[in-house]
Design a protein around this ligand. Structure first.
Ligand code: SF4
Ligand code: SF4
Length: 278
């Protein structure tokens, strides 16, 4: 039997919200017994796109993180449910029974990912079902079908030939909120880490310094990465962990410069002036 899972590549998401709209189209005013009752028109985001702002002016980046039910094993919502109102299917999908769960508002607070929404009219907690009714017809979830940038990849985690299995096996994926103990069936690529960026100018010319060699060295491991400044004199190292780093700038005809960085949050080093050698 398939064990369904999803990989979300954050680096490919451009916040077009097609997935959100497709989800609304599939579930608004549509019942899929025994898996889900119709989603209300407003106030529910079974597939949400969370914006994460990174850095501060003048070096700001935004990551868009699609978030939905993680279909956890050992799911907190299953534990919080009364009368077996939430259960995990053998294929890994967690279902809130739309009849048994009526009145069980405690389920909304039970989900650490805020993936359960309260339907005031029906007095019902509701969430993503991985489009189980479509899977049973051999179709993929609607959000995956419509994503124009292939940021959402869906498949059988038990099938070593599936794209999701291959990506997870690569060891590059991670879960959101790693401190949670539940095993998640939604995996992420490109979860934002920290960056160090800067802008380099020729001090004598007051011009952008293009092609300056920039070497980043992590002090604890001695591991180095190299890049060079672009035509605006800018450089950036992304995907870094917290720690102590040195940034060394080298350019022919100018004095080398080393900057030490104690990295705790995203860091823009500002404008760095190179001094011409005598
Ligand atoms: S993400 Fe939330 S709603 Fe989904 S299975 Fe886990 S605890 Fe339940
Ligand atoms: S459809 Fe794809 S690219 Fe658009 S917001 Fe959703 S995940 Fe991101």
């Amino acid at each position: 039997m398939a064990k369904w899972g999803m990989v979300i590549d954050i680096t490919k998401c451009n916040a077009c919200y097609s997935c959100f709209i497709a989800c609304k189209d599939e579930y608004w005013d549509n019942d899929y017994p025994p898996y889900s009752a119709a989603q209300p028109r407003h106030g529910q985001f079974w597939m949400d796109v969370v914006k994460k702002e990174r850095g501060k002016y003048p070096w700001v980046k935004v990551a868009y993180i699609p978030v939905l039910c993680m279909q956890c094993d050992n799911a907190p919502c299953v534990k919080a449910a009364k009368s077996g109102a939430v259960y995990k299917r053998p294929d890994g999908i967690v279902i809130i029974d739309p009849k048994k769960a009526v009145g069980q508002r405690q389920l909304v607070d039970a989900c650490p990912y805020h993936a359960i929404f309260w339907n005031e009219e029906k007095q019902l907690p509701q969430k993503c079902t991985f489009c189980v009714q479509r899977l049973e017809e051999g179709r993929i979830p609607k959000c995956v079908q419509v994503c124009p940038s292939q940021a959402l990849i869906f498949g059988d985690l038990e099938d070593p030939k599936s794209d999701v299995s291959k990506i997870v096996a690569s060891g590059k994926t991670e879960g959101l909120n790693l401190e949670r103990k539940a095993k998640l069936r939604v995996h992420y690529l490109g979860v934002p880490k920290l960056f160090i960026a800067g802008s380099v100018v020729y001090g004598d010319l007051d011009e952008c310094a293009e092609g300056v060699s920039v070497t980043l060295t992590e002090q604890s491991t001695g591991k180095s990465t190299e890049t060079s400044t672009n035509n605006f004199g800018d450089f950036e190292f992304d995907g870094l962990g917290a720690g102590t780093y040195s940034v060394k700038l080298k350019c022919k005809g100018y004095a080398a410069k080393t900057i030490h960085v104690d990295l705790k949050t995203d860091k823009y080093l500002g404008v760095v002036n190179l001094t011409k050698r005598p």
